[in-house]
Every structure is written in structure tokens, then in C-alpha cells.
Design a protein around this ligand. Structure first.
Ligand SMILES: C[S@@+](CC[C@H](N)C(=O)[O-])C[C@H]1O[C@@H](n2cnc3c(N)ncnc32)[C@H](O)[C@@H]1O
Length: 269
């Protein structure tokens, strides 16, 4: 069984990049009334306590959300800051499904996939009263087949594996390929850690080829020596994202990366 628990890492600098981007993409999609289907292939538990054993053991959030002065954010990051800030005030941190659920409208729907039994239980409990949400205790990569295409709606697919298995790198690229075949205008947002270059680079090359002119790659590099033994950089590759995304992410990251003592890059994929 897989052992990864996101509670050890919630709110770290990778979550900052990923969730900032998620908020900006959803806010853009919401400028049109047509419904959105949000698919989270690797959902995690949905909500994390920052004062529990897992979080306190690593304290990764201190170099992530903990390093950011939310009141000093530029306009492009304020929606993200306000949402995250409301949870931080209670020493909690929201995962991607909860961020999406908070932002999405009554006409939108969420399809959440999670394999770990304990994470799945928490996720299912969190959303049991939300009629827009369906939670699946099954393989998220298969979601591109079961959930796409969507008729009369847009689709946003977040693919955020833990990369515990080498096969994840291959499966991510295959899932995006299959998803684009089924729904060429769906938005795909893939998170990746900048480690294991022999596995990562072939995956990125495949995704960049699939994205063509519709692809955008954004990376955040931490220069803080303090923690992060394995991962010093993280990225998001987006296909079919908003045309404004490069500008809004650059604007936000100029401030956020500086506050975290990091650097960022934004490039066509
Ligand atoms: C990085 S965490 C997800 C974090 C979440 N997306 C967020 O941003 O808050 C990855 C999750 O994927 C789950 N997982 C691993 N393999 C999976 C698979 N094939 N299908 C669905 N979930 C999987 C793990 O149990 C873990 O909870």
C-alpha cells in the first residue's frame, strides 16, 4: 500500500504554487456562466490540521504559507490569500478539493479521487453534505476515461500525484494524452517535484509535446537552506489554461517568491 500522507507536507511551498494556480484558473473559468466539472485525480484528505503530529513533525508549512505576508499580496494573489488566510486563522490548511469547492458555484460539479483508505474516509466525510461533489475510492488516472468528455460544460483536471512510484511519471503523461483525446479543450494542470531528472524530464517532454502552444510551465525554486532535504523546486505544467495565467502567476510570484527567499520561472511549455 502507498504510504504518502499529505498531512506531513500541507501548506509547503509546493502547495503554495499549486493552490495559487488552482485559484487563478478557477476564477478565470468562472467569468463565464457555463458549468465547470472539476476533476481532482489525487485528492488527499481535503483539510489538514497544522497543529497535529504530522504537520508538527516536518513543519514544512513554515517555509511555505507560513513565510508569506498575506496582507502584502498583489491583487492577482488576493483571492488565494483570502481563502488560505481564513483557514490559517484556525490553524488549518485546505487541500485542493476544498479550495475548489469553496470557489465553485452551484452549477459546477466536483469529482474527487483518492486511493489511501484513511485519506479517502476523511475526504468523503468532509463532502458528505455537498451535493455537487462525488468522492471515489479508486484510481485517479482512470478518471480521464470515466469523467471526460463533459457535455455542455468546461472541464478542469488537476493531476497531483505523490510520485511514490516510478510509474507515476509515465501514467501522468498517458492520462493527459487520453484526456486531451477525449476532450481537447479541457484544462489540465499537472504538479511535479523537480527531483529524479531521469524520470521527470521524459514526462515533461511528453507533456510539452502534447501541450504545444497551449502549454505553460511554471516553477518555483527555494533557496532557503533550512529544510527540504529532497525537494528544492517544484513546478506546474498547464495545458489549455487561461491566456492571462502567465501574467497573473508572474505578478503573484514576484512577491511570493521573494517572501519565501525563492526564485520562479514562467515559460511557454
Ligand atoms: C500530493 S497528495 C494530493 C494533495 C492534494 N491534491 C492537494 O493539493 O491538497 C497525493 C494523493 O494521491 C493519493 N494517490 C496515490 N496514488 C493514487 C491513485 N492512483 N489514484 C488516486 N489517488 C492516489 C495519495 O494517497 C495522496 O493522498
Amino acid at each position: 500500500m502507498l504510504s504518502y500522507r499529505h498531512g506531513f507536507h500541507a501548506g509547503n511551498f509546493a502547495d503554495v504554487l499549486k493552490h495559487l494556480l488552482l485559484v487563478q484558473v478557477i476564477d478565470y473559468l468562472k467569468t463565464k456562466p457555463a458549468p465547470i466539472r472539476y476533476i481532482d485525480t489525487h485528492s488527499g484528505a481535503g483539510l489538514y490540521e497544522l497543529r497535529n503530529r504530522m504537520s508538527q513533525q516536518t513543519e514544512e508549512y513554515r517555509l511555505g504559507v507560513g513565510a508569506i505576508e498575506l496582507s502584502a499580496l498583489p491583487q492577482s494573489a488576493r483571492a488565494w490569500g483570502a481563502l488560505i488566510g481564513s483557514y490559517l486563522a484556525e490553524n488549518r490548511y485546505p487541500g485542493s478539493p476544498l479550495i475548489a469547492a469553496d470557489l465553485l458555484r452551484p452549477q459546477d460539479e466536483l469529482r474527487l479521487f483518492e486511493m489511501h483508505p484513511a485519506e479517502y474516509e476523511q475526504l468523503a466525510t468532509l463532502f458528505k453534505r455537498d451535493r455537487r461533489v462525488r468522492v471515489f475510492h479508486s484510481d485517479g488516472y482512470a478518471a480521464v476515461k470515466s469523467q471526460l468528455p463533459v457535455q455542455n460544460a468546461r472541464a478542469l483536471v488537476l493531476i497531483d500525484p505523490s510520485y511514490e512510484l516510478d510509474a507515476d511519471y509515465y501514467r501522468v503523461a498517458e492520462a493527459v494524452k487520453e484526456g486531451l483525446r477525449r476532450m481537447p479543450n479541457a484544462v489540465f494542470a499537472v504538479w511535479y517535484p523537480v527531483v529524479a531528472p531521469k524520470l521527470l524530464q521524459p514526462m515533461l517532454r511528453k507533456l510539452e509535446k502534447l501541450g504545444g502552444k497551449r502549454g505553460l510551465k511554471i516553477e518555483l525554486h527555494l533557496e532557503n537552506e533550512e529544510v527540504l532535504k529532497g525537494m528544492r523546486a517544484t513546478g506546474m505544467l498547464v495545458i489549455n489554461g487561461p491566456w492571462t495565467l502567465a501574467d497573473t502567476m508572474s505578478d503573484s510570484l514576484r512577491v511570493i517568491a521573494e517572501q519565501m527567499s525563492g526564485k520562479f520561472t514562467v515559460a511557454s511549455a
